[in-house]
Design a binder for this molecule. Sequence first.
Ligand code: DQA
Length: 150
Amino acid sequence: MRRVTVIHGPNLNLLGRREVAVYGLTSLADIDAELARLGRELGLEVNAVQLSGEGEVVRALHEAWDSGAAGVLINPGALAHYSYAVRDALAALRAAGLPVVEVHLTNVHAREEFRRNLVTAPATSGQVTGFGPLSYYLGLRALAGLVGRE
Ligand code: DQA
């Protein structure tokens, strides 16, 4: 079974109790459980991790590459808007042939102006944004389609 890494960035550990009018009531544990289930259906072993710091996210991306993961699904959280270090790490993985799918729960284009700029997005295979937890599930399906093909 192919192994993929799921990375949740800063503040996503608070899902279910964080600004519920914006992010909803689904917890990160619920999302991870569904990703694991869906992964089995798609023939993917899903390793999910939540990280609060930029350096931790960069390190986790390197580890995904070093450990032979077949692809990465990432919600960089706010790092998506300003982290060139995460962007560069994603670009390195992509150049090495790993597909990377970026997801956001909310429609970042319909919120504050600063959220419309996604510095990470150009370094990814594609993005799914605005569908709540479904963004993750659609993203995993996209990744399953890309794994082994890019
Ligand atoms: C988010 C959107 C980001 O702008 C925000 O900083 C987050 C969550 C999302 O999933 O909608 O933390 O990535």
